[in-house]
Ligand binder design. Sequence first.
Ligand SMILES: NC(=O)c1ccc[n+]([C@@H]2O[C@H](COP(=O)([O-])OP(=O)(O)OC[C@H]3O[C@@H](n4cnc5c(N)ncnc54)[C@H](O)[C@@H]3O)[C@@H](O)[C@H]2O)c1
Length: 368
Amino acid sequence: MSIPQTQAAAQLQTDFLSASDAARLVMRTGITQVLRLMSEAIEADFMRWQDFDKSARTAAHSASGVIELMPVADAQDYAFKYVNGHPHNPQLGLPTVMAFGALADVATGMPRFVSELTLTTALRTAATSAMAAKHLARKDSRSMALIGNGSQSEFQALAFMELLDVRELRLFDIDPAASQKLLRNLQPFLAQFGASVSIAASAADAVKDADIVTTATADKTRATIIHAPLLQPGMHLNAVGGDCPGKTELAAAVLHRASVFVEYEPQTRMEGELQQMPADFAVTELWRVLQKQAPGRTSAEEITLFDSVGFALEDYSALRTMHRLARQAGLLSQIELIPSLPDPKDLFALLMQSHRAQVIQLSGRQTA
Ligand SMILES: NC(=O)c1ccc[n+]([C@@H]2O[C@H](COP(=O)([O-])OP(=O)(O)OC[C@H]3O[C@@H](n4cnc5c(N)ncnc54)[C@H](O)[C@@H]3O)[C@@H](O)[C@H]2O)c1
C-alpha cells in the first residue's frame, strides 16, 4: 500500500529548537519550573533504569579538551548528545561546554527532534544534581558553597534553591569577575526565595559550615578544590566539574571519608573523581537508591558525595522535556533533514529534481 505524498512529506519533517528559542521557552515557562519538570523527568527515567540500552560515552581527547558522543535508547526513543569540554575556550570567546543532540524513533530511525543542548545541558545537570541531593543530602540542608562560578553556576544555584530549599549561598571562583556575574544574575531571584548570597575569600571560607558543597570548576588537570580537612559531618558534596580522564576536583582522601554515589559506574570509573580510586572502591549507582535497592544517606553524620559526570539518560529526559514544552509553546520549527522521496528506493531522483530545478532557473534567467 502506498502512502499519500503529503503524508509521507509530513512524516519526514524534523522538529528543531534553536538556542534562542530554547531560551525563550525557558523564560516563558519559568526557569525554576523547567528545572523542576526536568528533575522530575530525570528521576522518573532513572526509576525505569532497566528499560534503557546504556553505554559509557565515547570521547575524543586533545591537548585543549574533549569532544564526546552520548547515546542511549529505550524501546521507543533513541537519544544522543554531542558535547565538548574545552576549559580555555572562554579566552577565545567560546563557552567551555557546547552541545546539541537529537531524538529519533527506534521503530524507523527517523530523527524527530534536533535541538540545541548547551542551555539544556546546564538545566539538566543542575536538575540531576538537585535530584541526587534530594535523596542524599540532610533534609535540613539550607546553606551551599558554590565553587566555580561559570556557565553552570546560576542553574546549580537556582535548582538547589527551588528543589532543596537552600537559602544561603557562598560563592568562590579564582576569577572574581565570574563570582560578580553570578551574584548579579541571582539578584532577581533572591527575594522570591528569601535567600542570601555572599562571595567568600577562598574555597575553604565558602565551604566552612556549609551543608552542601557544589564544585563546578573547569580545568583540564587533577585539581584539588576540596581537601579532606574541610569536610564536616553530615555534608553533601555535589562534584560536577571532574568529568573527564585527568580532570578532577577532590582530594582522594575526600572519597575515602564519604559514601560515594554515581550515575553509571562504568563511565564514572573512567571520568569522575572515582578515577583516582582503586577499581574495587565501593560506590552506589543512584538508580538503586531511587528504586530502594540500596540505602542513600543512613545518618545525619554521614558524608555523602554525588560524583557527577553527566550521563546520556539525563539528556534523553531533557530532550523529551524540552520537545514537549516547545511543542506546547509553539516554539518548534521544522527542518528538512531527511530528503522527501516519492519513491523511497529512488534516492537518485533527488539529484535529478535538483538538476531540473537548476535548469528551469537558468533558462528563466536567460529569457528574462
Ligand atoms: N557533570 C556534568 O554533568 C557536567 C555538565 C556540564 C559541565 N560540567 C563540567 O562543569 C565544569 C564547569 O562548567 P562551566 O560550563 O561552568 O565552565 P566555565 O568555564 O563557564 O566555568 C568554570 C569556572 O571555574 C573556575 N575555576 C577554575 N579553576 C578553579 C579553581 N581552582 N577554583 C575555583 N574556581 C575555578 C573558572 O574561573 C570558571 O569561572 C566544567 O569542568 C564542565 O566540564 C559537568
